[in-house]
Design a protein around this ligand. Structure first.
Ligand code: C2E
Ligand code: CA
Ligand code: CA
Ligand code: CA
Length: 275
């Protein structure tokens, strides 16, 4: 193969061109994905360790794109964000999560991820109230997950947004906890009900003593502040044992189940069907 400079340059530019074209194509398809009903919510169970039982599900967006199979959010949400489609998609996800949530037993909550753009949209709390009313889903069973980074963006505005939402009776979880800056001070400044300890910490819990100490401290502090803890990305029994020992409230991860369409869990949450 030719290895001169101009050759490798044209190779790279062609690759970049191809990527741009496929991105543009994806954007065009995303614009029609809602009306074509190509989005779907997968559900991942969350297990309460004290019970132990499934206490909720996190709703995770999927795009069933023709000839590309089922795509996960990192493959299309950034494009949707740039194309200004994120709020429409987020509205759909919220409505769908409430609709499906209403079909679950009353002790089961549903967690929905929010993009910052969605959270800061004027009147967002009203949209949430409408989605709840339209589906008859009790606010106490809806949890909204926001990433820690959101809290760095605005301050008074963020505080007002979160307070409005909590006034509705929904709860707020801080997602990916520990990955942002000054994580702990957020617990003091913002009204949150739960923190979700990021998978990057959980992965190291039985490998690095320092990481184990950090998780134990976070769980202890959260408990003192009356904030619940959920550990994300739990994949092994050893991780589970450590988290249980530290007093973590809930776990979520492949050890329990991958995210799947809700129909896959009917048996689990409703028990075997009576014959
Ligand atoms: P997240 O909220 O942190 O969700 C957890 C991600 O980790 C999910 O990826 C889930 O499938 C994956 N996961 C769960 N357990 C394990 C495990 O044990 N091991 C490993 N390796 N991974 C695990 P997914 O579904 O690809 O979603 C990626 C991100 O996309 C989510 O991260 C969330 O930030 C965002 N997202 C998902 N659904 C929505 C949505 O409806 N709206 C918005 N705005 N964002 C969403
Ligand atoms: Ca999440
Ligand atoms: Ca997370
Ligand atoms: Ca994440």
């Amino acid at each position: 193969a030719k290895a001169n400079n101009s050759g490798s340059f044209s190779f790279f530019s062609r690759e970049i061109e191809a990527r741009m074209a496929s991105r543009w194509q994806a954007e065009r398809e995303l614009e029609h994905a809602l009306e074509r009903r190509e989005f779907e919510l997968y559900f991942q169970p969350i297990v309460n360790l004290a019970a132990p039982e499934v206490s909720g599900f996190e709703a995770l967006l999927r795009w069933r794109r023709a000839e590309h199979g089922v795509l996960t959010p990192p493959h299309f949400l950034p494009i949707a964000e740039k194309a200004g489609l994120i709020c429409d998609i987020g509205d759909w996800a919220l409505g769908e999560a409430c609709r499906l949530g209403a079909s679950l037993p009353p002790h089961i909550r549903v967690a929905v991820n929010l993009s910052p753009t969605q959270l800061f949209k004027p009147g967002f709390a009203l949209d949430v109230a409408r989605a709840l009313a339209a589906t008859n889903f009790p606010p106490s069973r809806l949890e909204l997950e926001i990433t820690e980074s959101v809290l760095l963006l605005e301050n008074a505005a963020t505080h007002a947004c979160l307070s409005d939402l909590r006034r509705l009776g929904v709860s707020i979880a801080l997602d990916d906890f520990g990955t942002g800056f000054s994580a702990l001070s957020h617990l003091r400044a913002f009204p949150v009900d739960r923190i979700k300890i990021d998978r990057s910490f959980v992965q190291e819990i039985d490998i690095r003593r320092e990481t184990a100490s950090i998780i134990r401290a976070i769980v202890g502090l959260a408990r003192e502040l009356g904030v619940k803890t959920t550990a994300e990305g739990v994949e092994t029994p050893a991780q589970l044992r450590k988290l249980h020992g530290f007093g973590c409230d809930e776990i979520q991860g492949y050890l329990i189940s991958q995210p799947k369409p809700l129909s896959a869990f009917r048996q689990v949450v409703e028990g075997p069907r009576a014959r």
